[in-house]
Ligand binder design. Structure first.
Ligand SMILES: C[S@@+](CC[C@H](N)C(=O)[O-])C[C@H]1O[C@@H](n2cnc3c(N)ncnc32)[C@H](O)[C@@H]1O
Length: 269
């Protein structure tokens, strides 16, 4: 079978599994638990996904709808896993040890280091992270390793509550702040040295369009993207960068990190 057919079959089969089970707009926890192993197996498709496969999917409205639904499943699954990690850290008497022994912690360290360098950040700079989630690891690293003044925005009230409890448990309550809201809640009254748009922020286009409309000239914005594999396919077509943004740099931190950090700047007034 050709690679396109292999990916098409894998995606269609998984879509049919979850679509039959869950016709609601939101993917339920029940659906996630039931299809967790099928979802993880989907990553076997990684080696068959390349840019020609992605282009084919993006041009076909039926396939595009399928990857959008699977992307929603992926987001919901990511939050379930992040909540499990948050609960584990909250229950621990040694929360920092628990956090630092999380299997992907060192990947986050590498990625954040690339983002610090790419944006030219220094101690005391102010960074806002949109889509911080229940366990805002990026914010923890920014403030504890680099002495950055860090804040997150999170749209789900339950995740806001969990992240605030976690911040307290880690003793960071005077250093990390979470705003209950979405991309429209970006505080514009203070100068931000970097606005980070999380990988899982949705709808991406709406978020970037809004930021482009309201951020002051020279504001730096970064975003985590996937350049290969199933994650790239599920991310959907690249966003068309709004007029005021210019791409400044792109840094891949190196293996085993999956994300590439892209940096934009508001160039046009
Ligand atoms: C997987 S989680 C957290 C990401 C993770 N902590 C990190 O360091 O990238 C993604 C979170 O982004 C939030 N989110 C998605 N779109 C958003 C938006 N437009 N504004 C605010 N939060 C958003 C979701 O509610 C979810 O909790």
């Amino acid at each position: 079978m050709k690679k396109l057919e292999i990916v098409r079959k894998g995606i269609t089969d998984f879509y049919n599994l979850i679509a039959e089970r869950d016709t609601s707009a939101n993917i339920t926890d029940d659906c996630i638990n039931l299809f967790e192993s099928d979802f993880n197996r989907l990553y076997d498709l990684n080696k068959y996904v390349d840019s020609s496969v992605c282009d084919f999917f993006y041009k076909d409205s039926v396939l595009l709808k399928m990857i959008k639904t699977i992307d929603e499943f992926r987001m919901a699954y990511g939050i379930v896993k992040e909540k499990e990690l948050t609960e584990k850290i909250l229950e621990s008497n040694e929360p920092w040890l628990e956090l630092k022994t999380y299997k992907y912690y060192s990947n986050y360290l590498k990625l954040v280091d690339a983002e610090i360098k790419g944006a030219g950040l220094e101690e005391g700079d102010k960074v806002l992270f949109i889509g911080s989630g229940p366990c805002p690891i990026t914010l923890f690293i920014l403030c504890s390793v680099y002495n950055i003044i860090a804040a997150g925005i999170e749209q789900n009230p339950e995740n806001v509550e969990m992240s605030c409890s976690l911040i307290k448990h880690l003793g960071l309550q005077n250093r990390v702040n979470i705003i209950d809201g979405n991309h429209y809640s970006v505080p514009l009254e203070r100068k931000l040295d970097l606005v980070m748009v999380g990988e899982s922020v949705r709808p991406k286009k709406e978020c970037f369009n809004y930021l482009s409309a309201v951020l002051p000239l020279k504001t730096k914005v970064s975003h985590r993207i996937n350049e290969v594999g199933l994650k790239k396919l599920l991310d959907g077509p690249d966003i068309v960068l709004p007029g005021r943004f210019k791409t400044v740099e792109k840094i891949y931190p190196g293996k085993p990190v999956i994300n590439t950090a892209v940096f934009y700047e508001v160039k046009v007034d």
